[in-house]
Design a protein around this ligand. Structure first.
Ligand code: ZN
Length: 389
């Protein structure tokens, strides 16, 4: 199935006390076949699981269970690998009755890991970058609707053509009455399209709505939409009803990218402003980890290229203080695991707490956050200034 925010939230809440869970991300990407074939990458990834097995210290029975899952994964790709166009995310722990496979954008990359929770960092990042979007082409008598996200975008099987009078003269009607009659038809058409959009939204909620058409038509149409849809409306472009899906996708992408950049800038301004006044934000990975452990993150702003080593607890999941040399969890005394890059665990944890994640990819925005450690968090509640210098 396609990955959705709801699925990631479900995975984020999973934990298996006894049986390890294999998390596997694989780029299959048939459109961009380059040097290596994905089956070679798969083989290498499954080998990485051997190292992970040692890292988390398993019992004999757990090792057997993991080996069975690895074999099942191998068979799955042999039989079904061809069904994936871009990327796969797979979570398996047969003994814990877990087996989930998702279609994901190719940008998910490659990783294989073992833990008692699904390793969701990559998934969290991908759902932030590929938010579902709906684009509606609208005119006074027709409509076309497209949906998907920026990697997979298609025309929904909905196309509305209305019989609007007026193309062939006005018969015996007075001009004013005839004009009103047409306007009523247009109004009803907008209403019907709005209802179809709302139904689509209820089936598969989208984050962004883009509307395309002549300016005044777009304005009237958007004004009449359900408030849930209006608050997702992020912009419009001028388009012919005959545009190709490719053209619609490109224009949609342009509008959403511009909107996202503004949004990232807004969050960055906020986090820096609040952190400098030592009020409702903190910056730097060490302080961010502290507030995550306090479950006090409303939003996290992250330099997308940030990578810092760190540790977390295999039993309770707690992030350990950055730079500490603990061998046991500071909170529960459980075994800790070291990561070359702890940042994905940090934002995955914030995601589990329903924080907004804002990834900065633009070099100029990243440069502004860099002096503060490349990461910051806007708080849910005030904790006051640090007491130590
Ligand atoms: Zn712990």
């Amino acid at each position: 199935m396609e990955i959705t925010r709801r699925e990631v939230e479900g995975l984020g809440a999973l934990r298996s006390d006894q049986w390890p869970i294999v998390s596997l991300y694989l780029r299959v990407d048939k459109e961009h076949v380059t040097d290596d074939h994905y089956s070679i990458r798969l083989k290498n990834l499954l080998r990485e699981l051997e190292q992970a097995k040692e890292q988390i210290g398993l019992t004999r029975a757990q090792v057997v269970a993991v080996d069975e899952d690895i074999e099942r994964i191998r068979e799955f790709f042999r039989d079904h690998g061809d069904e994936f166009g871009q990327g796969v995310a797979l979570f398996a722990s047969s003994r814990a009755s877990l087996w989930r496979v998702y279609h994901v954008p190719r940008e998910v990359g490659n990783e294989a890991d073992l833990d008692f929770r699904p390793v969701i960092g990559r998934l969290v990042r991908v759902v932030e970058f590929f938010e579902p979007v709906c684009t509606c082409l609208i005119s006074r008598d027709r409509a076309r609707i497209f949906s998907g996200h920026l990697a997979v975008f298609r025309e929904v099987a909905v196309r509305l053509d209305e019989e609007v009078p007026g193309q062939h003269g006005q018969g015996g009607w007075s001009q004013a009455r005839f004009a009103r009659h047409i306007e009523e038809h247009v109004r009803q058409h907008f209403q019907r399209v709005g209802q179809v959009l709302f139904q689509l939204f209820e089936q598969e909620p989208f984050r962004f709505l883009v509307v395309a058409g002549p300016d005044e038509v777009v304005r009237d149409f958007v004004d009449g939409l359900h408030p849930y849809l209006r608050e997702r409306y992020v912009g419009s472009f001028n388009s012919l009803m005959e545009s190709t899906a490719k053209q619609v996708q490109e224009e949609t992408k342009r509008i959403i990218s511009a909107w996202q950049r503004q949004e990232r800038e807004r969050y960055l301004d906020l986090v820096l402003e609040e952190a400098l006044s030592q009020d409702m934000a903190v910056v730097g990975l060490d302080r961010v980890v502290e507030v995550v452990q306090m479950r006090n993150v409303n939003a996290m702003v992250i330099d997308d290229s940030l990578s810092v080593p760190g540790k977390y607890c295999l039993r309770c999941g707690a992030l350990q203080a950055i730079g500490s040399d603990v061998t046991e969890c500071q909170f529960c005394g459980g075994p800790v695991r070291a990561r070359q890059n702890i940042v994905p665990e940090v934002y995955a944890e914030a995601y589990r707490q329903n924080a907004n994640l804002v990834f900065l990819t633009e070099p100029d925005l990243r440069a502004r956050l860099q002096p503060y450690g490349g990461i910051g968090a806007i708080l849910r509640y005030r904790i006051g200034a640090p007491t130590t210098a």
